[in-house]
Design a protein around this ligand. Structure first.
Ligand code: 5AD
Ligand code: SF4
Length: 447
């Protein structure tokens, strides 16, 4: 059981990629990995604190590991990620069986933490974060996540992220490009650039002279990397979606026609209380500009139901916005009160029942809209990158369109994971499409 680690992740893509880096650092220390916590000498739980539900899931799992440790006192248990950062020393005091914790900025300290006898919470600021490239263990082979920036400066009033991930810091463009070149050399085809707010990316080497975002330039540099077929990015803040970025998405052939652009609410009053720095009308203008320049773009969004003081009228404005914009898909959540945030102290917190009802109407309405949009795709020929066997049905394989829609198809012998193929959409469902492979020649981007 020497040097065998079990890793579990909750939360967003940023966290999933942080776990890949935790694994990279551990591999450098001679660790191998197991899917069975019972076989591990070291357990690391990479946590999320964005909503209460994620915290609860982690805490109930942690209870199981506590029992494991009772049977095997030599077991090392560590907690990383946003809960570790948010709770600091207190987490170690309350959970005596946890050996150490570390926040998202301190993955680099892992080798030292594993060796220490004394328990420690590594939750300090790491000023070198954006300049320190850590190795990552990636298992996919085709699609890779790449950090371009860390942290967030926006302080949306509901959001704990600026408190757990600290201030915005961008990675130098040349390190990002080098990492992606190496990924391309090892066969990766699709890159997703990751940041809390990618539209405000600033190359630290250029921003000395120029204070505007260099995200369009970064996209251009990544687009030029040979071997990479598709470039995506998450997440975009609407306030920083510039005309230059819209043109970059339009003109760069590998940049996919999909944007995740969280609206959060259709009520400008609520948006202002959320500190989103745009009104509904301004958001709509950006959507209109995106669609004017890139007619086949798909747009997805996040919505929060039941933010403090949200009235029935505000909620109706969100429903009206969903109808007006017709997103391809929406992630909707009940507002969840988070420690340290301004919204948690606001008067007018909404009851759970009302939040649940509003969430339900949002999801039901969006289902109808997604269904309607996906139905229109029937009969179209689209390019997909083959991702492999479907997780829900072993008779089918799945791939993803440039517009980020999942397509299931019956595999043929010549089709391998990572290939770009053309399929005709034969059927549509709420969360996926069904397609028939037409050949191995990809469709080219039509501008
Ligand atoms: N309650 C509910 N949803 C939240 N999100 C962020 N913080 C909260 C919260 N306190 C949602 C937002 C964000 C997404 C990642 O999570 O919609 O865009
Ligand atoms: Fe949170 Fe707003 Fe930053 Fe997104 S942009 S991480 S919602 S504070």
């Amino acid at each position: 059981m020497d040097k065998v680690a079990y890793l579990q992740t909750w939360g967003c893509q940023m966290n999933v990629h942080d776990t890949e880096k935790i694994a990279g650092v551990l591999r450098g220390e001679g660790y191998s990995f197991t899917n069975e916590p019972e076989d591990a000498a070291l357990i690391i739980l990479n946590t999320c604190s964005i909503r209460e539900k994620a915290e609860h899931k982690f805490l109930s799992r942690l209870g199981y590991f506590k029992l494991l440790k009772r049977k095997r006192p030599g077991l090392q248990i560590a907690v990383s990620g946003c809960i570790a950062q948010q709770e600091g020393e207190r987490f170690l005091i309350d959970n005596q069986y946890v050996n150490f914790t570390f926040g998202p900025q301190n993955i680099v300290k892992l080798p030292e933490l594993i060796r220490r006898d004394k328990r420690k919470a590594a939750v300090g600021e790491n000023p070198a974060l954006a300049e320190t490239d850590l190795p990552a263990v990636r298992n996919d082979g085709t699609r890779a996540w790449v950090n371009i920036m860390y942290g967030c400066n926006n302080f949306c009033s509901y959001c704990v992220v600026p408190h757990t991930r600290g201030r915005e810091r961008s990675r130098p463009m040349d390190s990002i490009v080098n990492e992606i070149r190496n990924l391309s050399d090892t066969g990766y085809k699709e890159i997703t650039l990751l940041g809390q707010n990618v539209n405000s990316y600033k190359d630290p080497k250029r921003s000395v002279f120029n204070n505007s975002s260099s995200f369009p330039q970064l996209l251009e540099a990544v687009n030029a990397i040979e071997g990479i077929e598709r470039v995506r990015f998450v997440t975009s803040h609407p306030k920083d979606l510039s005309p230059e970025l819209i043109l970059a998405i339009r003109d760069l052939n590998k940049v996919c026609e999909h944007i995740h652009l969280p609206l959060q609410s259709g009520s400008s009053k609520i948006l202002s209380l959320m500190n989103r720095k745009y009104s509904y009308a301004e958001y709509l203008d950006k959507v209109t500009a995106l669609r004017r320049h890139i007619p086949d773009i798909t747009i997805t969004s996040d919505i929060i139901a039941g933010f403090p003081t949200e009235t029935g009228q505000d909620h109706d404005e969100t429903l009206a916005a969903l109808k007006e914009i017709e997103f391809d898909g929406v992630f909707a959540f009940k507002y969840s009160k988070r420690r340290y945030t301004r919204a948690s102290e606001m008067e007018g917190q909404i009851g759970e029942d009302v939040k649940s009802d509003r969430l339900k109407t949002i999801l039901e309405l969006q289902d109808v809209i997604t269904d309607k949009i996906n139905r229109r795709l029937k009969g179209q020929k689209v390019e997909i990158i083959v991702e492999g066997e479907s997780s829900s049905d072993t008779n089918h394989w799945t791939g993803r369109t440039r517009t980020n829609k999942i397509v299931n198809f019956t595999p043929e012998q010549s089709i391998k994971k990572g290939m770009l193929i053309t399929v005709t959409i034969t059927n549509s469902f709420r969360h996926s499409l069904e397609g028939r492979p037409e050949g191995l020649m990809p469709v080219t981007k039509s501008n």
